[in-house]
Ligand binder design. Structure first.
Ligand SMILES: O=C[C@H](O)[C@H](O)COP(=O)(O)O
Ligand SMILES: C=C(OP(=O)(O)O)C(=O)O
Length: 346
């Protein structure tokens, strides 16, 4: 074992300070998403983007395509880009840009944090908002001021550490159901994360601290399927809603169309996407949005010994739908939703 000191969150922020534009984009999009979650804003939320970011220029290319689409659909659909830097692995594998930015097991984590913060800033500067998964509880101190929506993944929803962390985050947080497919783990997490908590953490100067939180009022369930199969059908959604109400937990539900809901086959994501939108249009207002894993090009590729051999715009983690299908699905949803959508005035 060896230890190397890491840059303090305050030092990274001094090197890559939050710009006025980025701050406005983040605060405004969080406020809009909160309104979607509480039903005041009737738009359908779509969290869409690569399974993981491994190439910043590809991510910026994706963002440059997504921004005009997000603007064109914005009166009916609220789009947030998936910008995932931390990958929870079932066993082992590449753990994401923050951990291994050079894609070669050299674990230049400080560089990874720089790259992540810089990319989030560049995306916010375009006017797009970002969604990410928080896996290591130290990471939010470095980047959370640039994040509009955060996920706690299926493998960590049962973790007290992650529930406590979410209770202190300033953005809406989605808890995935567990890898077994049972939403109850996430229902329990929602109760814990909406409650004030005290725990161990670091402050902005990297000092080990006692952290006290007020509880996060904007946490919600994300149905992502699991070992027991998919869970986006009306019966599963209804049962999850009942469990939420029974626990007095927040009732909004997002459906992740990938992972257990597509059996990790990107060509199946559209099935969950269309089904969930139909349920919403049939009157299920608990369903406030979906997540899609999408990239410039469809599919996935293996990260081998030489990262230079990777093909541009293709996921190195789970397979994603390509850009053309992304546009087709979102255009279809826009037409299906129709123009009767209440959006609060600014
Ligand atoms: O979203 C990504 C993956 O589903 C998750 O990180 C687990 O991946 P793995 O089973 O390939 O490790
Ligand atoms: C890892 C992810 O999902 P899950 O936690 O649902 O497996 C993800 O969304 O990248």
């Amino acid at each position: 074992m060896s230890n190397n000191a890491l840059i303090k969150p305050s030092e990274l922020e001094a090197r890559i300070p939050l710009t006025a534009t980025a701050e406005e984009v983040v605060l405004d999009s969080r406020r809009q998403l909160e309104a979607v979650l509480n039903g005041e804003d009737e738009r359908f939320a779509v969290i869409v983007g690569p399974c993981s970011i491994h190439d910043q220029s590809g991510a910026l290319d994706y963002a440059a395509r997504l921004k005009p689409l997000a603007d064109r659909l914005s009166d009916r659909i609220m789009i947030v880009m998936r910008v995932y830097f931390e990958k929870p692995r079932t066993t082992v594998g590449w753990k994401g840009l923050i951990y291994d930015p050079n894609l070669n097991d050299t674990y230049q984590i400080e560089d990874g944090l720089h790259r992540a913060r810089k990319l989030l800033m560049e995306i916010a500067e375009t006017g797009l908002s970002s969604a990410t998964e928080f896996l290591d509880p130290i990471v939010p101190q470095y980047v959370s001021d640039l994040v509009t929506w955060a996920a706690i993944g299926a493998r960590t929803t049962e973790s007290q550490i992650h529930r406590q962390m979410a209770s202190g985050l300033s953005m809406p947080v989605g808890f995935k159901n567990g890898t077994d497919g049972d939403p109850q783990t996430a229902v329990d997490a929602l109760v814990a994360a909406s409650t004030p908590q005290a725990f161990l953490g670091i402050d902005h100067d990297g000092q080990a601290s006692i952290v006290e939180t007020r509880g996060n009022r904007h946490c919600h369930l994300v149905m992502r399927g699991g070992r027991s199969g998919t869970n986006f059908d009306a019966r599963s959604i209804g049962a999850a809603a009942e469990a939420l109400r029974k626990a007095d937990a927040p009732t909004p539900i997002v459906v992740d169309c990938s992972h257990g809901n597509s059996n990790k086959d990107h060509t199946r994501q559209h099935i969950a996407f269309r089904e969930v939108l139909q349920q919403r249009l049939a009157g299920n207002s608990d369903l406030i949005g979906v997540m899609l894993e999408s990239n410039i090009n469809a599919g996935a590729q293996k990260l081998g010994a030489d990262p230079a051999e990777l093909e541009y715009g293709i996921s190195i983690t789970d397979s994603c739908i390509g850009w053309d299908e992304t546009v087709d699905l979102l255009d279809w949803a826009y037409e299906a939703i129709g123009s009767d959508v209440a959006v609060p005035a600014d």
